[in-house]
Design a protein around this ligand. Structure first.
Ligand code: NAD
Length: 254
């Protein structure tokens, strides 16, 4: 039975991923702040290390899969967004890479976002700091700018770049790694943006060509495919699951 760790397992997309992977026969080690096999706070280095140690203990050091879903949206503060969405993902990937290398046809997925393609995040100083693994500086830049939606887009852009670089490096060990970039999906995170007066109008008006938001299960099915043997040659890809939003906004980029 494949053993897969899933961060953000208690809610939304992560909970749907756990359900889909359990249905596909995986044993799940969920990581979240509550209601999970591993209770940990991924916003701090100590919390991330505790999560890694607990996953290694519960998996006996051998993982077949890892899905990094834990994240916070633009209604969180900029520093928490960077800490959870970037460092809470990259440190889990780094800390669990050896366990994945010991697994059977190992594969990992990072949940990015269509937001990674917005607002030219590649030009943000916080992105350079994230990519240089300088958490203190990244948080300083993010707080100084004080625009949480830019911190969100930047965190998702940087984590996607990190994952694509890792995919090339991890190929030698036979670990596949892909990014799933959802559009708007009906979860508590999305609802928090709709409830936030700073973002409600923009979020309401940014509608996918398919005319609706997605359901967590629709993201989870793609993740389950990427974690399966059917996806054995899919590696380093960014897969938009967004009802056509990316095609609408960037028809010339692919
Ligand atoms: P959600 O709020 O339903 O789930 C997020 C989960 O992450 C929660 O269970 C939460 O407890 C956990 N989490 C947050 N901070 C944590 C921390 N410090 N330590 C441990 N766990 C923590 O939201 P969701 O929409 O399912 O989000 C899942 C992922 O999908 C996120 O990375 C999000 O950025 C991404 N995403 C969501 C949407 C959307 O519209 N919902 C769109 C694009 C990308």
């Amino acid at each position: 039975m494949p053993v897969t760790a899933v961060s953000g397992s208690a809610s939304g997309i992560g909970a749907a991923v756990c359900q889909a992977l359990r249905a596909a026969g995986h044993r799940i080690i969920g990581i979240d702040r509550a209601n999970a096999e591993v209770i940990a706070d991924l916003s701090s280095p100590a919390g991330r290390q505790a999560a890694i140690s607990a996953v290694l203990e519960q998996s006996a050091g051998v993982l077949d899969g890892l899905v990094c879903c834990a994240g916070v949206g633009s209604s969180a503060t900029s520093d928490i967004i960077i800490a959870v969405n970037y460092f809470g993902v990259t440190e889990l990937l780094d800390g669990l890479a050896d366990a994945l290398a010991r697994g059977d046809k190992p594969a990992a997925v990072v949940i990015g976002s269509i937001a990674a393609t917005h607002a030219k995040p590649d030009q943000q100083p916080m992105v350079a700091a994230m990519l240089a693994s300088n958490e203190t500086l990244a948080l300083e830049h993010a707080n100084a700018l004080g625009l949480s939606h830019v911190a969100y887009a930047s965190s998702k852009y940087a984590v996607t770049r990190n994952a694509r670089s890792k995919a090339v490096a991890w190929a030698k060990q036979g670990i596949r790694l892909n990014v799933v970039a959802p559009g708007a999906v009906e979860t508590p995170l999305h609802q928090a943006s709709l409830n936030d007066p700073r973002f409600a109008k923009a979020v309401r008006e940014f509608v996918a060509p398919l005319g609706r938001s997605g359901h967590p299960e629709e993201i989870a099915q793609v993740v389950a495919f990427l974690q399966s043997a059917q996806a054995s040659f899919v590696h380093g890809s960014v897969i938009f699951v967004d009802g056509g939003m990316d095609a609408m906004v960037r028809p010339a980029s692919f």
